[in-house]
Ligand binder design. Structure first.
Ligand SMILES: NC(=O)c1ccc[n+]([C@@H]2O[C@H](COP(=O)([O-])OP(=O)(O)OC[C@H]3O[C@@H](n4cnc5c(N)ncnc54)[C@H](OP(=O)(O)O)[C@@H]3O)[C@@H](O)[C@H]2O)c1
Length: 316
């Protein structure tokens, strides 16, 4: 048996993604071997492949490199000293972040404490949606300290992070507003948000008195959204590329503003898997691509208009 992996041989357009065969790795002490069923595709994968950002800088001399931080699959091998997991367990994880990656593989070795058990009621597909995007959503909401009854504006509510952030903010009993294109208005209303079409007019012409801004879009859209905030409002801006600029502007206007870098936390993933299992959280998948079509998957994420997530079927 062999292990098919997707590798970046050089930075560039999606066509630099290639399929490579290697031996199935052997789990080291404390690690399990996971047969990966689905791997999530995130914007950071696309940016790193293009040679942009910190993960690309750090991996410049380590090519070929396998992207991917989100996996769901089954435990098929155990290293020495593994205490919690057994062969046959269904698991999901936010792995190798930010430098190692490795999720776009058919088999990968992972420290057991980095994995969460997936409840029976959660599909492999849904489990692959949650790790990076779900934890980013949860950590952004925690960082902003969202309180019951607050007016929360989430920019980019239809995306991978956004659709989960909207639901978590609704579950926290906030009054949730979000921005999207016309195509996603109805979808976001079904999640319990007041959806505002950014194509129609800037959000600053539509909303006032916002207590908390969760920015998942960055740039001009975020600068415009600062005009919706009330005195003393809090801002968490998630896209790293424009975070300094937005925090500086927000601070000048008297708001409390922070950027963030998501931090893998298996306990938090356990909570979200539980929420999915009991119907409190719904995962949205725009498209599942066979791993052999990873180039198309990257092109889709690169559009910036994916609803929910794109995931790769690693065993097709
Ligand atoms: N700092 C961190 O640790 C961290 C972690 C995760 C993600 N991120 C960053 O956070 C951002 C969001 O990530 P993601 O995974 O959610 O991305 P994504 O899934 O690619 O987001 C796509 C969504 O963005 C929406 N969108 C595009 N332009 C918009 C605009 N002007 N106004 C409102 N919505 C707009 C689209 O909705 P429409 O089609 O309706 O326009 C689409 O549904 C990315 O920049 C990502 O790199 C950072």
């Amino acid at each position: 048996m062999e292990n098919k992996q997707i590798v970046i041989t050089e930075f560039g357009e999606p066509e630099v993604l290639a399929i490579q065969s290697s031996e199935i790795p052997t789990p080291q002490r404390g690690e399990v071997l996971v047969k990966v069923y689905f791997a999530g595709v995130n914007p950071i994968d696309v940016k790193t492949r293009a040679g942009l950002g910190w993960a690309a800088q750090q991996n410049r001399d380590k090519l070929p490199w396998t992207p991917g931080y989100d996996i769901s699959g089954k435990v098929v091998g155990l290293g020495d000293g593994v205490k919690l997991l057994v062969e046959g367990d269904t698991v999901a994880g936010f792995i190798g972040f930010p430098l190692q990656g490795g999720g776009y593989s058919q088999y990968v070795c992972v420290p057991e404490e980095a994995l969460s058990l997936v409840p029976d009621a959660v599909t492999f597909e849904a489990a692959a949606v949650l790790p990076l995007a779900g934890q980013t959503a949860a950590q952004a909401i925690n960082k902003a300290g969202v309180q019951v009854g607050e007016r929360v504006l989430i920019l980019g509510g239809a995306g991978g992070v956004g659709h989960l952030a909207v639901q978590l903010a609704v579950a926290a009993k906030a009054e949730v507003y979000t921005t999207c294109s016309g195509a996603n208005l109805d979808y976001l209303a079904t999640l319990g948000a007041h959806a505002v079409n950014y194509e129609f007019a800037p959000v600053s012409e539509r909303l006032t008195d916002i207590d908390v801004l969760i920015d998942l879009v960055g740039g001009e859209a975020a600068l415009d959204a600062l005009k919706c905030l009330k005195d003393g409002a809090r801002v968490v801006t998630v896209p790293t590329i424009t975070a300094d600029m937005i925090c500086e502007k927000a601070s000048m206007l008297g708001f409390e503003a922070k950027g963030m870098l998501v931090d893998p936390d298996p306990e938090q993933l356990n909570t979200m898997l539980y929420m999915v299992s009991v119907g409190l959280l719904k995962t949205e998948i725009q498209q599942i691509f066979p791993y052999t079509q990873v180039i198309d998957a990257h092109r889709q994420v690169e559009t910036g208009h994916t609803r929910g997530k794109v995931i790769l079927d690693m065993q097709c």
